[in-house]
Design a protein around this ligand. Structure first.
Ligand code: CU
Length: 222
């Protein structure tokens, strides 16, 4: 009896494992066919499942050398974002939700700003925490600085726990997707016209998709 239970348990585990073993590699390229880093790949599977590595509920966006780092921060809804000023001068971070819905329960406006003093030698950097606390709200917010017009960045609050940002090779690997049909969406900060969604069918063999942007993003200052 005990061994039968063991076999049953092992079978259930194997089935569960098989039901959620699909892997998808998305490569995002620009109009010239070069890899596009910092694109966001969102996968919406038709079947239910449990994402093993959902985007975090906490993230740090640095202001360093007149840039937001990372340039694109992907989080789950309700995340807390810490803006951390590592420069010796002030920054005045402006957060502007793109699209219809505000990310934060602000009383008046959708946009808000936080001014952060510059870092003094030997002192910890100044920071401000912002919680994206509107329940269920997803979308993208543009980051800017009221003092330095050249600074820009993005926060991406995803609608799917299966969301990965492309790396330097323009690749995003998802290895914990449920089998079956899925919709793939790609977002890029400089892609102003929304890209068409792609339908994929995920199964035992790894699926590979290449998504071309129809722009060439400007190179980020190094
Ligand atoms: Cu600034």
């Amino acid at each position: 009896m005990q061994s039968l239970m063991f076999v049953l348990a092992a079978t259930v585990l194997a089935l569960v494992g098989r039901a959620q073993a699909a892997s998808l590699l998305v490569t995002v390229v620009d109009k010239d066919g070069k890899p596009a880093p910092d694109a966001v790949v969102v996968v919406l599977p038709a079947a239910k499942g449990q994402a093993l590595h959902p985007p975090p509920l906490q993230a740090v966006v640095n202001q360093e050398k007149m840039r937001f780092t990372p340039a694109v921060t992907v989080v789950s809804p309700g995340a807390r974002i810490r803006f951390l000023n590592n420069d010796p001068w002030d920054h005045h971070v402006m957060v502007s939700p793109l699209g219809a819905s505000a990310l934060v329960a602000a009383p008046s406006a959708d946009s808000f700003s936080v001014r952060l003093e510059g870092k003094s030698d030997g002192k910890p950097a100044h920071f401000a925490d912002v919680t994206l606390d509107k329940p269920g709200v997803t979308g993208t917010a543009l980051l800017g600085c009221l003092l330095h017009g050249s600074m820009s960045g993005h926060i991406f609050v995803t609608e799917s726990p299966w969301t990965v940002k492309t790396d330097a090779q323009g690749q995003a690997l998802l290895d914990d997707l449920p089998d079956g049909a899925a919709t793939v969406k790609v977002w890029h900060a400089y892609q102003l016209v929304a890209l068409p969604e792609q339908k994929v069918s995920l199964g035992t063999a790894p699926t590979r998709v290449t998504v071309p942007l129809n722009i060439v993003p400007p190179r980020r200052r190094g």
